[in-house]
Write a protein that binds this ligand. Structure first.
Ligand SMILES: Nc1ncnc2c1ncn2[C@@H]1O[C@H](COP(=O)(O)OP(=O)(O)O)[C@@H](O)[C@H]1O
Ligand SMILES: [Mg+2]
Length: 296
């Protein structure tokens, strides 16, 4: 362990004391009902022959990928190979970009999220997203930020205080903000803002959480906290995370998909599989070259 690691570790241990953990257990034991919210529990997400265009340019071709429920899937690959585009296909954000088109199917527990009659807003409630750059509502209070998605979707909640506390504990932010829930979200540090965004996404109890390079703007301590949060979400929420950090992919993911685009060609998935296999004995030599840092 390096000095930095040790400092981070002790800092993390300091974050929640035994008494805090005991109290957190009690808070989690309380059932909070969200009326009109997603069905409970994680869901399997599956892409079948997914393709994406910007104008007439095909940027992603024939992606078949199963992201099993409750597991963490990492999307890896060099810049520009379509990872973010793929993530946006998964919760119907791609269609918000003018000129963007898509083909193929995205199945959420077997149901196509693009089926006629399925509303994008409903899909986005079940499949939340956290972006590279933290985007809390800066003028809203911390508490209001956590409850923002609920309010937007006009969902009723049986116990808002408990929901706020549960969401902030799950995002690893509770102890730092519990005494200032009424201060603005914009006053937090970058790492805290990102965890606030995670808390906001978790508050509607999504079945899937998509994360697009969530730690790339964060310091090592905040990065560790976010990774801990991802680890704790395993089994509860399906996580799909884009990361350029190979150590992070190894630390947090169960499965990996390696995206690659040859020059002037659309991005494809070169290989996918259990993370340990992808990092030790992948089938494609390009996968090994990439995970060992020989390109990208
Ligand atoms: N809004 C957009 N309009 C046009 N082209 C885009 C847009 N967003 C991304 N692209 C292009 O699509 C390709 C895939 O981009 P992206 O999904 O962002 O890759 P990655 O996340 O792997 O870096 C790139 O060539 C990029 O330039
Ligand atoms: Mg990207």
């Amino acid at each position: 362990m390096t000095d930095v690691d040790v400092a981070v570790e002790s800092d993390l241990e300091e974050n929640l004391t035994e008494a805090d953990l005991e109290k957190a257990e009690k808070v989690f034991a309380k059932k909070v009902e969200i009326i009109g919210g997603p069905p409970p529990g994680p869901a399997t997400l599956e892409a079948k022959d997914a393709c994406a265009w910007f104008g007439d340019r095909l940027v992603l071709e024939g992606v078949d990928l199963v992201m099993p429920k409750g597991q963490v899937t990492a999307l890896i690959g060099p810049s520009g190979c379509g990872k973010s585009t793929f993530l946006r296909l998964l919760n119907r954000m791609h269609e918000l970009i003018p000129g963007a088109a898509l083909d193929g199917e995205i199945l959420l527990d077997g149901d196509d999220i693009y089926a006629t009659g399925t509303r994008a807003q409903q899909v986005r409630m079940r499949i939340g997203m956290v972006f590279q750059k933290p985007n809390p509502f800066p003028a809203m209070t911390i508490r209001e930020n956590v409850l923002a998605a609920l309010k937007l979707a006009r969902l009723k909640c049986s116990d808002k205080d408990t929901l706020v506390e549960q969401s902030l504990i799950r995002a690893g932010l509770w102890k730092e903000v519990r005494d200032r829930l009424d201060s603005p979200g914009g006053a937090l540090s970058g790492g805290q803002q990102q965890r606030l965004c995670i808390a906001r996404s978790l508050a509607v109890h999504p079945n899937v959480l998509l994360m697009d390079e969530p730690c790339s703007a964060l310091d090592p301590t905040s990065t560790r906290r976010v990774e801990e949060t991802i680890d704790e979400l395993r089994g509860e929420v399906t996580v799909v995370i884009v990361t350029h950090n190979m150590q992070q992919a190894q630390r947090v993911s169960d499965l990996c998909a390696f995206f690659l685009a040859a020059e002037n060609q659309p991005g494809v998935v070169v290989e996918q599989g259990p993370t340990d296999v992808m990092f030790s004995t992948p089938t494609d030599s390009r996968t090994l070259d990439y995970v060992q840092g020989r390109f990208g």
